[in-house]
Design a protein around this ligand. Structure first.
Ligand SMILES: Nc1nc2c(ncn2[C@@H]2O[C@H](COP(=O)(O)OP(=O)(O)OP(=O)(O)O)[C@@H](O)[C@H]2O)c(=O)[nH]1
Length: 614
């Protein structure tokens, strides 16, 4: 009996899964994989004990350290450039057989994108007077910390965190595509952090490369001097010899004080099955040694440092980290929840002033996650707990649905982040999940004066005594860069999506730059695909979150045979309700298999049916 119940529940769940995906335009995420945490595997395999203590960090005073980031629009060549710099400094072997070496996650390799910022320490001999670097007597060895960052807008939080550990950035721009939307966003992140910015025009080997046009764009948009631009091909190696000398000459050393009490900034953390929580840290002042007792300024908890070292490029114990250096520590934290990103860690015997830290990550998109087989709730719970150890930017609360049973409501930084989280749940933890339509966090005010944030449409009360008196929705400021001939269609698309134009100018004679305020809901599902399709793939798009705006919002219910399906409810703008309701019931009609009896499919606002199919 039990197994029949379970089987029918699974079938029911799978049916809902199919319905939900037909309805939301999202690819289904369910499939089963074996446990394979590529990140942990790589980190453990390569942990280089043999190099332990062979690196004497004491000789690297802040003047001989440079901390820099590589930032760029997606696919402009950051990870490839990072590979070449690692090879050039002998940190990895040339032709190590693994392109984009710092992209360690399986999902990063499969999708060819960077999701996590990664740090690598390199050592480079350099002579300021231009003498041959092989002339060992005249050259000085520098310690260079390179941070490769993600390009996609969802992960810009990783970029801003990485920049906090740097004094400079290589701003990589594709010599064919020129300045794109994330080039603009990343430039301003670096500029506002007061970093020295070195423009690198990459992919100059391409037949249609036009570095002079890109130099002119960088001058007109960011006031970066054409003579300061480096021209490179990370693919062929052309021009790469200028990169590290420019890093050393043009980026200032870190400014901390070696003799002050220890202050280190916690940049990131992840969970390693063998070592426990590993924290990435930047030493702002003082010196940290293995065996030291440290405290967290945020929680007051104290720990003993069991291991300390650098990423060279894998974990390499050094026994010590000094002012200005970036490395890792293992300190017996039981969970990554104890490792608060942006926290100040210090010696327990001193009280220090906390470092500024970071703004908390903001969740832009929420979705329900349910086990495909209702009985797998505990397994999914365990998988989510383990994955959030390595991705603390996801928020998780338990919820239940009459259609799907017990599950979780998760908050993500954007749609790609959500998709990547699903993929990692499946690939790294073997979880088999159903996800509900993504929604954004709305705010509703009720007749009793209460105001609540609604992340799940099912949470809106149906009680007629508790009327909604006002509602607000989140907005974003979107940056769009397009060839000038596409301006008309893009303006039409943005107006259809309830956008308000804030700025319209030109990058150069061929490309237009626009800024729009758009409701977040209007861009989460298919905005980018449509933008790409009406501009033949030439548009680039980036956004940052902005204020809430008052908006006339209603809850749209989907009713199957007289029963409302809570997992399919959605919140829409009143003016769009009719159109969205009609599209949904038409889609569902196509999707539900023909039956021997009549099934009614309705879209309704409260008791009022606005669209119907049978
Ligand atoms: N022709 C040419 N191709 C390059 C060059 N640099 C990188 N590429 C290619 O461009 C594509 C993107 O390179 P990545 O290094 O992954 O770009 P990225 O900026 O790290 O991408 P994200 O991490 O997704 O933001 C890859 O196919 C590279 O092989 C170059 O100098 N010349």
């Amino acid at each position: 009996m039990g197994s029949i119940c379970r089987a029918s529940k699974t079938l029911k769940s799978q049916k809902y899964l199919s319905l939900i995906h037909a309805y939301s335009n999202f690819p289904p995420f369910s499939s089963t994989f074996t446990l394979n945490d590529s990140r942990l595997g790589v980190a453990h395999d390569f942990c280089s004990n043999s190099r332990q203590n062979s690196i004497d960090l004491a000789q690297y005073s802040p003047e001989r350290i440079r901390n820099f980031s590589i930032i760029a629009h997606v696919d402009h060549g950051k990870s490839t450039l990072a590979d070449r710099l690692l090879e050039l400094t002998g940190t990895i072997k040339r032709g190590h057989g693994q392109p984009q070496y710092l992209d360690k996650l399986q999902v990063e390799r499969e999708r060819g994108i960077t999701v996590k910022a990664q740090t690598a320490t390199m050592f480079h001999k350099y002579n300021h007077n231009g003498a041959n670097i092989k002339d060992a007597d005249k050259a000085t060895t520098y310690l260079l910390n390179l941070i490769d960052t993600p390009g996609h807008v969802d992960f810009s939080y990783e970029v801003s965190r990485s920049l906090a550990a740097c004094q400079g950035a290589l701003l990589v721009v594709d010599a064919v595509q020129g300045v794109q939307a994330q080039t603009v966003a990343n430039f301003y992140l670096a500029f506002e952090s007061n970093l020295a910015i070195i423009p690198v025009i990459n992919k100059i080997d391409q037949p249609t490369a036009d570095p002079e046009r890109v130099k002119a764009q960088l001058k007109s948009m960011f006031d970066l001097e054409p003579s300061d631009c480096l021209l490179t091909s990370a693919k062929t190696g052309l021009g790469l010899e200028q990169v590290l000398p420019s890093v050393i000459d043009r980026i200032p050393p870190p400014s901390g004080n070696t003799s002050s009490p220890l202050r280190m900034l916690l940049l990131d953390s992840y969970y390693d099955e063998y070592k426990g929580v590993i924290c990435h840290v930047a030493i702002v002042d003082g010196v940290l040694r293995k065996g030291d007792k440290i405290s967290s300024a945020a929680t007051g908890h104290t720990y003993e440092v069991a291991d300390v070292g650098i990423m060279h490029p894998e974990l390499t114990p050094t026994g010590v980290l000094l002012t200005g250096q970036v490395g890792y520590i293992v300190s017996g934290m039981r969970s990554t929840k104890e490792a608060r990103v942006g926290d100040t860690l210090h010696h327990s015997r001193f009280n220090v002033e906390s470092l500024p830290g970071f703004k908390p990550a903001k969740h832009m998109v929420f979705s329900g996650l349910y086990p495909a087989d209702g009985s797998d709730f505990d397994a999914l719970n365990h998988a989510i707990e383990r994955l959030t150890c390595n991705d603390a930017s996801v928020s998780v609360t338990k919820e239940s649905s009459s259609a799907l049973g017990l599950g979780f409501r998760c908050g993500f930084l954007g749609l790609l982040h959500m998709d990547v989280f699903h993929q990692r749940l499946e690939q790294e933890h073997g979880a088999h999940v159903i996800s509900t339509v993504p929604t954004v966090p709305y705010i509703f005010e009720y007749s009793d004066g209460s105001k609540v944030q609604v992340q799940n449409p099912a949470m809106l009360p149906s009680n007629p005594n508790k009327r909604v008196t006002a509602s607000w929705e989140p907005t974003v400021i979107a940056t769009i860069i397009i060839p000038s001939e596409y301006v008309g269609p893009v303006i039409t698309l943005c107006s259809e999506r309830r956008g308000q134009q804030l700025e319209y100018s030109f990058v150069d004679s061929q490309r237009a730059f626009m800024k729009y305020r758009l409701p977040l809901r209007e861009i989460v599902v298919d905005f980018y695909n449509e933008l790409k399709s009406i501009t033949s793939g030439y548009a680039s798009f980036d956004y940052e979150d902005s204020d809430y705006q008052e908006s006339d919002l209603v809850k749209l219910d989907i009713v199957l045979n007289g029963q409302s399906v809570d997992a399919m409810a959605t919140i829409v703008h009143k003016l769009k309700a009719q159109r969205v309701g009609r599209e949904l019931v038409e889609k569902l009609k196509k999707f539900i298999d023909r039956q021997m009896f009549e099934i009614t499919i309705q879209a309704a606002i409260g008791a009022k049916v606005i669209a119907r199919e049978t």
